[in-house]
Structures are given as structure tokens and as C-alpha cells.
Design a protein around this ligand. Structure first.
Ligand code: PRP
Ligand code: URA
Length: 208
């Protein structure tokens, strides 16, 4: 599990507990998803490359830094949408490329319904955003889409992960680092994460 990072930050622990609470209303739920995403963005970008940039302060000149890599945020629709703003506040220059997937409720397999990626990659690093890593079907399918697109550096950023989904990602894509706010116990027989937070899409969009 050396490329799996579970946040140890008390702010993340506090907010993820509020998020899990079944009494948290969609408005507050969306706010928490955005805020936790921002905190996770800080953790997931710690190894991005920078190049030197000369800066003149009012008093002197120094060699500062600027981000070298072109970042693509890849929210998995629908639930990943709520994480975009938290990232964008910190990296407003990032491109956003949506991938539409839903889980077939019977087979639990991901079904792709939206992908408008251009022929050639326009970014050097992709951050896949999805609150839930359950069976890992949606995350692995998205990694495959991005690898076919030609992106070499891919990370997955989620809020809650199940051991089953983490293991699948590590088996199929050991080169993709995983950043999570919490790692839970297991999946139930309908593929939901326990204790989890329920259906992340329905809770954000008020459709449950
Ligand atoms: C949820 C979630 C992930 C997926 C995780 O999406 O947002 O994309 O399930 O499950 P997996 O790891 O087993 O693939 P869902 O299919 O409910 O679609 P939605 O976001 O449109 O509600
Ligand atoms: N998708 C969700 O939204 N929640 C889960 O627990 C599993 C998949």
C-alpha cells in the first residue's frame, strides 16, 4: 500500500464525519465535499514539479517557483463534479475533462456515457476525482480511458475507499497513486461501502 495515502489531518477527519452523517442535508453535503476536496488537493499535489521563476519583491530579487506540469482534473460524473471547485480554487489554471460513468446496479460494472476527450492529450498529469472508490470498477475504467488518451502521470483522489477497490486499483494500475480522506471496512452485498456515507451522487444532488 505504499502509493495509497489516507489523510491523517484532523480537519479532514472532522469534515468527513459530518459528511457521513445521514442527517446532513444536500446543501451542507455539497459544501463539505468541496471543502474536503480542497484539503485533499493539497495532499495529492505535494510531488508536482516546479520550474524556477525569477521574482522581484519590493526589496530584492529571488528565484521563486512556478508549476511546471499542466494539470487536468477528471471528475467522474456525477458525484466527482462536487470535488472540482475545491481543486479549482487552488489551481484555477487546471483544465477539466469530464468522464461520464454509472454503475450498473445488477452487475456493478461501470457503463460509460460521456467522454469528449480530444485526440491528443492536452495535459501532463491527470487527477481523477470521485468521492467513492467501492469495487474500483469506475476508477479502473477511467484510468484505462486516460492511459489510452496518452497521459503518463495519473492520480486518483477520493473521499472514502473500500479495501476491495483499493486492491483492484493496485492490481490493475500499480502506477496510479491513490489519495483518500478515509479507508473504510468493506463493501456490502450491493457494492456499497460500509460504513461509508450512502450514495454520494444522490446525497449531493438531492435525488436519493
Ligand atoms: C458512484 C461513485 C463512483 C462509483 C463507485 O457512482 O461516484 O463513480 O459509484 O463505485 P465502483 O468503485 O464500484 O465503481 P454512481 O455509479 O452511483 O453514479 P453517480 O455518480 O451518477 O450517482
Ligand atoms: N457509490 C456510492 O455512491 N456509494 C457507495 O458506497 C458505493 C458506490
Amino acid at each position: 500500500m505504499n502509493n495509497v495515502f489516507a489523510s491523517q489531518h484532523p480537519l479532514v477527519a472532522h469534515k468527513i464525519s459530518r459528511l457521513r452523517d445521514k442527517n446532513t442535508e444536500p446543501k451542507k453535503f455539497r459544501e463539505l465535499v468541496r471543502e474536503i476536496a480542497g484539503l485533499m488537493a493539497y495532499e495529492a499535489t505535494a510531488d508536482l514539479l516546479t520550474s524556477p521563476r525569477q521574482v522581484e519583491t519590493p526589496l530584492a530579487t529571488l528565484e521563486g517557483a512556478e508549476l511546471k506540469e499542466k494539470i487536468g482534473l477528471v471528475p467522474i460524473l456525477r458525484a466527482g463534479l462536487g470535488m472540482v471547485e475545491g481543486f479549482w480554487e487552488l489551481m484555477p489554471q487546471a483544465e477539466v475533462w469530464h468522464i461520464g460513468l454509472y454503475r450498473d446496479e445488477q452487475t456493478l460494472r461501470p457503463v460509460e456515457y460521456y467522454n469528449k476527450l480530444p485526440l491528443e492529450p492536452t495535459v501532463s498529469v491527470c487527477l481523477i476525482l470521485d468521492p467513492m472508490l467501492a469495487t474500483g470498477g469506475s476508477a479502473t475504467a477511467t484510468v484505462e480511458v486516460l492511459k489510452r488518451w496518452g497521459v503518463k502521470k495519473i492520480k486518483f483522489v477520493g473521499l472514502i475507499g473500500a479495501p476491495e477497490g483499493i486492491a483492484r486499483m493496485q492490481r490493475e494500475h500499480p502506477d496510479v497513486s491513490i489519495y483518500l480522506a478515509a479507508i473504510d471496512e468493506r463493501l456490502n452485498n450491493r457494492g456499497y461501502i460500509l460504513p461509508g456515507l450512502g450514495d454520494a451522487g444522490d446525497r449531493q444532488f438531492g435525488t436519493g
